[in-house]
Design a protein around this ligand. Structure first.
Ligand code: NAD
Length: 428
């Protein structure tokens, strides 16, 4: 247990606890997930055989509102990982002051090995297995690694079939034609961009003088790389699971995105081609990308990428965590001692859940907003909370991560205490 991702994640809570006047009861309750569900998911494969997949849904906390969090399809998904992701969601929703708690789900598989129809059957079977555990007022799903709007559409449809009513708000990140919000696909990247644009001027780091490396050229990493290069930052390296490409003079991000889209396999769900196939660039490993001498490093792939083993190779001045949990707590301390600024996941990647909240609101009101309205509201929230966290760092002389946890913990503690003591009985 001591080496688990979750125990490492909860160390951040221990540091922040020292700076808040939150009740001991509230802290104790935040150390454990409220409920965890493990399910076996039977799927009929195209060849007629039956495969059983392992799936999870964790509701970490729902004090401030229904749990909210994505669903991941990846070979490394475990209950420990899903629990950690649900923990981060709890704090992220509190950082952005959204009326949600934290949840997360996942299925252990390599989704690229499944056909589109197998994936649809799997996604529907997952909802069959967890239907009683989720709902628009209970726990709301969204996309994460290797899940997308098409998969969210199947999940929402299956939930409606089970409930025999239309319940659009049970899933966010859906296709626009069935209740998705405009701007949701790019929201995590757009939110991260607003955070970067708010923070970099404080260090007098101007776009035209900034080089950037992005690890993970997926839904979020690719969109953010494009926003940054449009704003004048020089994106010199990007990567995917197969490796990285580097160009000292800067990469042409729109054409790399176009290549990835055009290289989508016959399964039409995942991209078969890698950025590494674009031959005119220097090819690096993901480890070499992390060690590049750039101003801004953006991990946008998976957790545990910057660890004790490679932290001393990091040369970037600023790290914006777009992935959840890319830096271990040990690496975090070393980065801080080296004067490298880490802007934490629970703030930087919160644009996705913020627009998911907007989608949930739009589904419930039946009134849909324009892209300008979505982005304007997203910008207001990201800038407001970024500034609040920044002022905590200045006041208490703590890192941005500790400040973000302090900020969230104050809100969570207040809500937990406001709920009263219904489970408190005196022995007499
Ligand atoms: P995605 O599946 O669209 O993309 C993941 C990318 O990471 C792909 O390019 C993949 O090739 C790459 N990758 C996988 N393994 C890798 C490895 N070992 N090294 C380097 N690259 C690797 O996923 P996404 O939605 O873009 O999510 C990326 C990260 O952002 C995740 O940590 C996710 O939890 C986080 N996040 C996503 C959202 C969202 O709205 N999608 C919101 C908040 C946080």
């Amino acid at each position: 247990m001591s080496d688990s991702l979750f125990s490492d994640a909860s160390k951040r809570l221990e540091i922040a606890m020292k700076y808040v006047s939150v009740s001991e009861d509230a802290i104790e309750r935040l150390k454990y997930p409220k409920a965890s569900l493990t399910v076996s998911i039977p799927v009929r494969m195209d060849d007629g055989s039956l495969r059983i997949f392992q799936g999870y849904r964790v509701r970490y906390d729902n004090t401030r509102g229904p749990a909210k969090g994505g669903v991941r399809y990846h070979p490394n998904v475990t209950l420990d990982e899903v629990q950690s992701l649900a923990f981060w969601m709890t704090f992220k929703c509190a950082v952005l002051n959204l009326p949600f708690g934290g949840g997360k789900g996942g299925i252990t598989l390599n989704p690229k090995e499944l056909s589109k129809l197998e994936l649809e059957r799997l996604s529907r079977a997952y909802i069959d297995a967890i239907a009683d555990f989720i709902g628009p007022d209970v726990d709301i799903l969204a996309p994460d690694v290797y899940t997308n709007s098409m998969i969210m559409g199947w999940m929402m449809d299956q939930y409606c079939i089970i409930r025999r009513r239309i319940d659009l708000a049970v899933v966010t990140g859906k296709p626009l034609s069935i209740g998705g919000s405009i701007g949701r696909n790019e929201a995590t990247a757009t939110g991260a961009f607003f955070a970067i644009q708010s923070l970099m001027p404080k260090f007098e780091q101007h776009p035209s003088q900034s080089t950037v490396a992005v690890q993970g050229f997926g839904k979020v990493g690719a969109a953010l790389a494009q926003l940054l290069s449009q704003a004048g930052y020089k994106v010199v390296a990007v990567s995917d699971s197969q490796g990285a490409i580097y160009s000292k003079k800067g990469l042409d991000i729109p054409s790399i995105r176009q290549y990835k889209t055009a290289a989508k396999g016959i399964k039409a769900v995942y991209c078969k081609g890698s950025v590494c196939n674009i031959v005119e660039h220097e090819v690096l490993t993901n480890q070499e990308l992390l060690a590049l001498d750039v101003d801004i490093l953006i991990p946008a792939a998976l957790e545990n990428q910057i660890t004790e083993a490679n932290v001393n190779d990091i040369k970037a001045k600023y790290i914006f965590e777009v992935a959840n949990g890319p830096t271990t707590s040990t690496a975090d301390k070393i980065l801080e001692s080296k004067g490298i600024y880490v802007f934490p996941d629970i703030l930087v990647n919160a644009g996705g859940v913020t627009v998911s909240y907007f989608e949930w609101l739009q589904n419930r009101s039946g009134h849909y907003w324009k892209l300008e309205e979505v982005n304007q509201r997203l910008k207001e929230k990201m800038v407001e909370e970024t500034e609040k966290i920044w002022s905590i760092t200045q006041k208490l002389d703590v890192s941005m991560r500790t400040a973000a946890y302090i900020h969230a913990l104050n809100r969570l503690g207040e809500s937990l205490d406001a709920g009263g003591t219904r489970d408190y009985y005196i022995n007499s």
